[in-house]
Design a protein around this ligand. Structure first.
Ligand code: GLY
Length: 394
C-alpha cells in the first residue's frame, strides 16, 4: 500500500510541476502546524534544565539538557521552518531554543559539539548578524579541537566505557567536522581544517570494509595510533552495517568534499552511496531497517532518521557527482515515503515530532520505533535541498 502511495505521489509529481509545488506546499503547511504544536508542548513541559525535545518516552515528550548530543536539533528545526516560510515567528522561537545552548561551547567532554552547536548557532548565523553567535561557534570549535590526538589522527568521540575502549572514534564523528571547517574559513586558522581533514583521512583508512560499509566504533591505542578493536555500540553486531552509521558516513564525506574540494572525499562518498543503494528496495524509497543486517528483517524496527539523513546527503552529493540523476531520484523517493501517512505524524500527535518510526539505540532497548528530533532535522533539510535543486532545474 505504501509503495502504491509513493508511486502515485511520484507519477503526480513527475507529471505536473504545479501539482508538485502544490503537494510540497501542503506538506510544508502540515509541518508548520505540527511544529507549532511541538513548540507549545515543549514550552509547557520545559524546566530550567530540560530544554530541548529529543523523543517520546512512554507516550510523553522527553526533553533533554544542553549537554545531550541532540540538544541542538530542535532549534535547528525551527530555523529551517523560518527558511521554508519566511515567517518571523519562527525566528523568534528558534532563538528561544538556541540561546540556552551557549554554555556548551566550554564542554570538552564530548565530540558532539558540532551536532549541538552547528545545528543551532550554525543555523542562527545564516539568518541573523549577531557577532556573538560567531564567537560562540569559534569557541565551540576550539573546545572540540582539544579532543584531537595527532598520533591517532582523530578526534576522540566518547569518554565512557573506558574499561572497553582506550580511544573510541565513531563514524558519527564525521558530522562534527563541519563546525571545524566553518571555523577555519571564518578565522583563517588552518589548524581547524587540518584536524578535520586528518580525522577524515584516518576514518577512510580504518573505518571501512572492502564493500564500503563502515564499522561503528574504532578503538585506537592513543600512544601509538594502532587500531585495537573494531566494534559496534548501536548496531546489531561488530560486523554488521548499522543504518544510521552508514548515513552519517555518506553525509560526512559529502560535506567534506563540499568544504575541501578533495576528490578523495567525493570518491569515498560515492562508494558509500553505492553500498547504501545496493540494499534491497532503498532505490524505490523504502526506509532502512535500523541495521541493514538485522537478523529478523522484515520484522525489525525501521529507522526513519537514517532514511532522512541519506535523503539529505544524496541531494547534496547529486550536486557534485556524475550520478546526479540517480541520487536525486533515490532522495526524492525517500522523501516521498517519509511524506506518507505511515511516517508523517498527524498534527497534534507524536508529541509534536514530525516523523514517526525511528530507532535510537536498539541494543540498549532504547528509543525503538519512536520519533527522534534528528530525523525531523534531516527531513526538513532534505526538503530545503530538494527545493534548491528544483529551483535550479527550472
Ligand atoms: N550520534 C549518535 C547516534 O547517531 O545515535
Amino acid at each position: 500500500m505504501n509503495k502504491l502511495i509513493t508511486l502515485l505521489f511520484l507519477i503526480l509529481s513527475l507529471g505536473c510541476s504545479n501539482q508538485q509545488t502544490g503537494e510540497e506546499d501542503r506538506i510544508i503547511k502540515h509541518l508548520e502546524s505540527q511544529l507549532d504544536y511541538a513548540v507549545k508542548n515543549a514550552e509547557s513541559l520545559a524546566t530550567s534544565e530540560l530544554i530541548s525535545p529529543r523523543t517520546s518516552e512512554n507516550g510523553k515528550l522527553k526533553l533533554v539538557k544542553t549537554r545531550d548530543w541532540t540538544s541542538g536539533f530542535f532549534s535547528g528545526n525551527l530555523w529551517m521552518m523560518y527558511e521554508l516560510t519566511g515567517d518571523e515567528k519562527w525566528k523568534e522561537s528558534a532563538l528561544k531554543f538556541t540561546l540556552p545552548l551557549e554554555q556548551e561551547k566550554w564542554n570538552g567532554n564530548t565530540h558532539d559539539m558540532g551536532f549541538k552547536m552547528y545545528c543551532s548557532f550554525g543555523q542562527a548565523i545564516k539568518y541573523t548578524d549577531n557577532p556573538e553567535y560567531r564567537e560562540i561557534l569559534i569557541q565551540s570549535a576550539k573546545t572540540l579541537s582539544t579532543r584531537f590526538n595527532p598520533v591517532v589522527g582523530c578526534i576522540r568521540s566518547w569518554d565512557h566505557n573506558s574499561d572497553k575502549w582506550d580511544y573510541p572514534v565513531i563514524i558519527d564523528n564525521m558530522m562534527n567536522l563541519e563546525l571545524l571547517l566553518w571555523a577555519a574559513k571564518e578565522t583563517g586558522n588552518e589548524n581547524f581544517k587540518e584536524i578535520a581533514i586528518k580525522h577524515a583521512e584516518t576514518t577512510i583508512k580504518n573505518h571501512f570494509r572492502d564493500n564500503y560499509s563502515s564499522y561503528h566504533v574504532i578503538d585506537y591505542n592513543p600512544q601509538t595510533g594502532e587500531v585495537q578493536h573494531k566494534n559496534t555500540h548501536q548496531g546489531y553486531a561488530d560486523e554488521s552495517a548499522w543504518s544510521r552509521g552508514q548515513a552519517w558516513g555518506l553525509y560526512g564525506f559529502t560535506m567534506l568534499y563540499r568544504e575541501t574540494g578533495n576528490d578523495e572525499f567525493l570518491g569515498q562518498a560515492e562508494r558509500i552511496a553505492d553500498f547504501i543503494l545496493s540494499q534491497p528496495d532503498i532505490k524505490q524509497g523504502e526506509i532502512p531497517y535500523w541495521d541493514f543486517d538485522a537478523p529478523g528483517i522484515p520484522d525489525e524496527p525501521l529507522d526513519a532518521s537514517a532514511g532522512a539523513i541519506i535523503a539529505s546527503a544524496l541531494f547534496e552529493l547529486s550536486t557534485f557527482s556524475d550520478k546526479q540523476r540517480e541520487y536525486v531520484s533515490v532522495a526524492r523517493n525517500l522523501l516521498a515515503t517519509l511524506s506518507t501517512d505511515k511516517f508523517l505524524a498527524p498534527v497534534g500527535e507524536n508529541e509534536g515530532f514530525l516523523l514517526k518510526h525511528s530507532t535510537g539505540h536498539k541494543p540498549h532497548d532504547s528509543e525503538i520505533d519512536e520519533p527522534l528530533v534528528y530525523a525531523d532535522y534531516y527531513f526538513l533539510e532534505a526538503i530545503i535541498r530538494n527545493r534548491a535543486i528544483k529551483t535550479k532545474d527550472e
